[in-house]
Design a protein. Structure first.
Length: 190
């Protein structure tokens, strides 16, 4: 382990130990912590008390700067409401995108109506999508995948706050099917 990584690790341990001590000194914090619904809520609550317990000891302020741009899990920190897309690779009738969303949603009443099919999976965080005609709500978490046929109207209801939701999305035209999806399409449709 490099010295810089060791220092980050020790800092994370110090923050976790401080959080534990804080729970003993302020019993009401235990109830607040117990009321958290997910890991992001725990991280945000701890941050409000002055403890930085990001998802991994290497995460947190400035961590993305040290990571190569080829790493799918690291990108710049986004402000709430922001979304960033990065093209990973493409062909004549398809493209593979990395999408990072931070506490973002589609504008009220706004619907996507894409001319392309879209297959997506969540690599970090969670999200809720709403589909129209028929009205269907889909909650997604890490590892979930979804196939959205072309012209299936949908909108983004919500994504996680910092560190946000990370998507991998494959788009292709209606007349072409990527070989990977020809192998197994069961369980992917909305």
């Amino acid at each position: 382990m490099a010295e810089k990584d060791l220092q980050r690790f020790l800092q994370k341990v110090n923050h976790l130990n401080g959080l534990i001590q804080s729970l003993h000194e302020h019993p009401e914090r235990r109830e607040q912590l117990a009321a958290c619904d997910d890991h992001n809520s725990v991280v945000q609550l701890a941050r409000s008390w002055g403890f930085e317990i990001a998802r991994r000891w290497g995460d947190g302020e400035g961590a993305a700067i040290d990571r190569p741009s080829t790493n799918l899990f690291y990108g710049p920190d986004l402000d709430p409401g922001e979304e960033q897309e990065r093209m990973l690779c493409q062909g004549p009738d398809w493209r593979l995108m990395r999408i990072e969303s931070c506490a973002s949603s589609s504008p009220e009443g706004s619907w996507y109506d894409q001319a392309e099919n879209e297959w997506l999976t969540l690599m970090r965080g969670s999200a809720t999508l709403q589909f129209k005609d028929p009205d269907v709500w889909v909650d997604l978490s890490v590892g979930d995948q979804l196939l959205i046929p072309a012209h299936r109207r949908h909108r983004l209801v919500r994504t996680d706050p910092h560190p946000g939701t990370l998507w991998l999305a494959l788009y292709w035209t209606v007349n072409s099917i990527p070989p990977v999806l020809q192998l197994n399409q069961e369980g992917l449709n909305v």
